[in-house]
Design a protein around this ligand. Sequence first.
Ligand code: ADP
Ligand code: MG
Length: 603
Amino acid sequence: MKNTYSRYLIAAFILVLLVLPQLAITPEYWITQLNYIGLATLVVVGLVLLTGVGGLTSFGQAAFVGIGAYTTAYFTTQMGLSPWLTLFMGLVLTGIVAYILGAVSLHLSGHYLPLGTIAWGLSLYYLFGNLEVLGKYDGIAGIQSLEVFGISLVSGRNIYYLIWLFVMLSIWATSNLLSSRPGRAIRSLRDGGAMAESFGVNTAAYKIVIFMYAALLASVSGWLYAHMQRAVSPSPFGLNYGIEYLFMAVVGGAASVWGALVGSAVVLIIKDQLQNWLPWLIDSTDNFELIVFGIILVLVLQHARDGIWPYLAAPFQRRQQVRSVKLPPPPEAPALPQRERPQPGEIVLDVAQIRKEFGGLVAVNDVSFQVKAGEIVGLIGPNGAGKSTTFNLITGVLPATAGRVEFCGKRIDAKRARDIARLGVGRTFQHVQLLPTMSVLENVALGAHLRSDVSVLAGTLHIDRSREAQLLHEAAQQLRRVGLGDYLYEQAGNLALGQQRIVEIARALAADPVLLLLDEPAAGLRFREKQALAQVLKQLREEGMSILLVEHDMEFVMDLTNHLVVLDFGTKLAEGKPEEVQTNPAVLEAYLGGVEEEEPANV
Ligand code: ADP
Ligand code: MG
């Protein structure tokens, strides 16, 4: 949510940027520094998206800078092509290389991805240094300077404007992207993506997209660099610089676009000062600044995990928070298209002999039951009975060992979570899976991911606004429906746990599901809130929604459900109308004799 303060600040900042090179008193040295800061910022904005937001660490960005720089160096000096054509060629080449590298390395988990980026970062560096056509370690000199509308950009004061134009565009585009439909999907990648997949997000595809996005920005930086220096050699594209870019992202504040600018400026200025002072202090010209950098990085990680930016932004954000919570709801927008619903009484979900084994443990033991349209079915049982696992089998989060699941007559037990979501299955999670730093409204809008088709390009260029308005309007309506209309702009993580569960229901509703699966929605709610929730669920049933409800609390489900299925140790113990099940001796035994206190750690 942008407010007027930050608008003024940005405007003032741009004004200073514009005027600075015009002042004769601005030292040449400052201009040079600012040019380097701008070039670095372009790369680091990409890293903010890739690493800070998307959670994918890359040490290899300098190599993409190299691809952009070498492409233009080679084709302008050897073939006399126009630099504007070679900019485009560099982007295409970088895009292809990034696509291939992304496809092979992005599925690496944990520490293997950063190691993978080190590997190909080094490979590309040695490639630059060993290719005869690229001048080996001497590189390519004699690159022409750029020219825009007949104005030569040979001087630092002139190319400055082009560099900072690209920087501002990259910040603008990346901020746009982050507050769009694809941006919400990208922001959900950090948490592993299982939740997002349940709302139809193709997480693997988004990872490749942000990887390519970051690589393309680095490539532009390389193109500018080549024409500013008018010579290229391999060393600025080596692993050292890849690490430095990542360092800038971390120091600035890896999750904020403006942090990229702050991080680049701080690191380059400190580096420059160290190069001045260190030889004087320790009488050596070796790369001691790297050691000092290492120490600073450790300190930053220990004391300011989110970098410098949050400290700079804090005074404004606090004011913004108070203001934005009072903002009016998003404006009315045309309703999103809705799915056709089955007739009341039709079988929506048919679970037949479903089974799940974890090693020797049979978590779900050949369980069968059905859910009909317009019905609330309760799936109850003591902790560890297999309720959540059954949910995960239905929603495609876990593969079943045996058995079948049909949804509206289609077999879904071999489908992926996101394809099942697309058919109209919405869910909540026993352990709340919201994005805590994102607003409640945006969390819910993520649920409507599949009801819109805004692309990364449209989001980046800000031409998605009417469709974005539809998504936000839908999200606001679902939040009002569940009684959270007053919390639209609150950060999701600030709500009480019980309220967060309700936000999850709104998010599932935003997907326009035919079947809603709720995993312990009443856990952590007070009596009043439970009653309100029951009211919402009854209302949904009247509108024709089918609901499968996992509950621990017998009382809550008794007057709410049409049908109950009781599980114990993975096996179906009883099934029927709530009042029949309630008096079933086997059920009483399981409930009174069972251990109900501890919560198993699972999805
Ligand atoms: P409920 O939701 O009814 O409390 P769960 O379905 O979460 O029960 O768990 C059923 C059983 O399966 C428990 O014994 C649990 O420890 C086990 N279990 C659940 N998920 C896993 C897993 N991913 N790996 C191994 N065991 C699991
Ligand atoms: Mg459970």
